[in-house]
Ligand binder design. Structure first.
Ligand code: NAD
Length: 290
C-alpha cells in the first residue's frame, strides 16, 4: 500500500513539495497589512502570502535586517509593495513608532498579523524569571501592544467598503499549546493560553465596530523555532506520532489560513482559533488506545 502510515511517518520531506499548489485569491487588494516577526518562518511566508493576495505589506523585524530586505525583494519581484520596519514588539515605544511609520507610508492598515514569538525552554523548577518574562513579554505583551494599536487605527477609520466589509482584521499567532499542556515549556504554553483569552476578549469588544479578531493555532511547522523536532529522520518519525496527517506543516500552510481569515470570505468569523495542525489536537494517542 503506497500510503501505509508508518512509511510516510519515517520520510521527512526535504522541502514543501508535498504542499498542494493553490494560488492565493487576489482578494486583499487595497488592504495594507502589517506582519510582526516577518523575516523568518511563518511570518515570512505570511508576508509573502498576503502580498500574493494583493495586500501591501509591512515586514516587521527585530534583528537581521538583511533577511527582512530579502522578503521585501521577493515581494517586489512579483509586483507587490512592501516596506521593512524594525521594532521590538515587547517595547511600547517601538510598537507605537512602527504603527505610525506604517500608517504614514501606506495611509492606513486593514490587516495586522501579530506573529512574533519565541521559546525559552526549561524544566519548570529551573526556569528563571528572565526566561519567563522574555517569553511573556514578546508572545503575550507584544500581542497586547500590537493588537491595541491595530484596534485604534481600525476604529478611527471605520469601514471602507471599497476594500472590505470589515473595518479591520486582527490575526493573533497562537499555537496548539493554547490547549495542549507542554512540560518543559510552561512559559510558552502560558503565553499562548493568554493569547487565547486576549483574542476572545478583544473579539467580543471590537465586533460592534466591525473589527474581526481571530487566532491561528499551528501544530508542528517547519521553521527555525523547532529545528530539533524535524531536522533528523529520528526526530521526524517521533514527531509524526503526534500528527495524524503524517506530514510536518509548512509555513505556507499557515499563511494560506491567515490570508483566508483576513479576507471577506471569512467575514462572519470572529473570536475563533483556527487550528492548522494536521490533527495534532485530535488526541492522536487515542487512535490506538484509550
Ligand atoms: P521563527 O523563529 O522562524 O520566527 C519568529 C519571528 O519572531 C522571527 O522573525 C523573530 O525575529 C521574531 N521575533 C522574536 N522576538 C521578537 C521581538 N521582540 N520583536 C519582533 N519580532 C520578534 O519561528 P516561527 O515558527 O515562524 O514562529 C512564528 C510564530 O508562530 C511564533 O509566535 C510561534 O510561537 C508560532 N508557532 C510556531 C509553531 C511552529 O511549529 N513553528 C507552532 C505553533 C506556533
Amino acid at each position: 500500500m503506497s500510503n501505509e502510515p508508518s512509511k510516510l511517518a519515517s520520510a521527512p520531506a526535504k522541502d514543501d513539495a508535498e504542499l498542494p499548489r493553490i494560488a492565493y485569491p487576489k482578494n486583499l487588494v487595497g488592504q495594507p497589512a502589517l506582519v510582526t516577526g516577518a523575516n523568518s518562518g511563518i511570518g515570512k511566508a505570511t508576508a509573502i502570502g498576503l502580498a500574493k493576495a494583493g495586500a501591501d505589506v509591512v515586514i516587521n523585524y527585530v534583528t537581521h535586517p538583511e533577511a527582512a530586505e530579502d522578503v521585501a525583494q521577493e515581494i517586489t519581484a512579483f509586483g507587490g509593495r512592501a516596506i521593512t520596519i524594525q521594532a521590538d514588539v515587547s517595547k511600547e515605544d517601538d510598537v507605537l513608532s512602527m504603527f505610525a511609520k506604517a500608517i504614514a507610508h501606506f495611509g492606513t492598515l486593514h490587516i495586522v498579523v501579530s506573529n512574533a514569538g519565541l521559546q525559552r525552554d526549561s524544566p519548570f523548577e529551573q526556569m528563571t524569571l528572565e526566561q519567563w518574562n522574555t517569553v511573556i513579554g514578546i508572545n503575550l505583551t507584544g500581542q497586547f501592544l500590537c493588537t491595541r494599536e491595530a484596534a485604534r487605527e481600525f476604529k478611527k477609520r471605520g469601514v471602507d467598503d471599497k476594500v472590505s466589509v470589515a473595518a479591520g482584521k486582527i490575526i493573533c499567532m497562537s499555537s496548539v499549546h493554547q490547549e495542549i499542556p507542554w512540560a518543559g515549556h510552561a512559559n510558552y504554553a502560558a503565553s499562548k493560553g493568554g493569547v487565547m483569552l486576549l483574542m476572545k476578549s478583544i473579539a467580543q469588544e471590537l465586533a460592534p465596530y466591525k473589527i474581526r479578531v481571530n487566532s491561528v493555532g499551528p501544530g508542528a511547522i517547519r521553521t527555525p523555532i523547532n529545528t530539533a523536532a524535524w531536522s533528523t529522520p529520528e526526530a521526524y518519525a517521533e514527531l509524526m506520532t503526534l500528527v495524524p496527517y503524517k506530514r510536518i506543516g509548512e509555513p505556507d500552510d499557515i499563511a494560506r489560513a491567515i490570508a483566508w481569515l483576513a479576507s471577506d470570505a471569512a467575514d462572519y468569523v470572529t473570536g475563533a482559533t483556527l487550528f492548522v495542525d494536521g490533527g495534532m489536537t485530535l488526541y492522536p494517542g487515542f487512535a490506538t488506545g484509550g
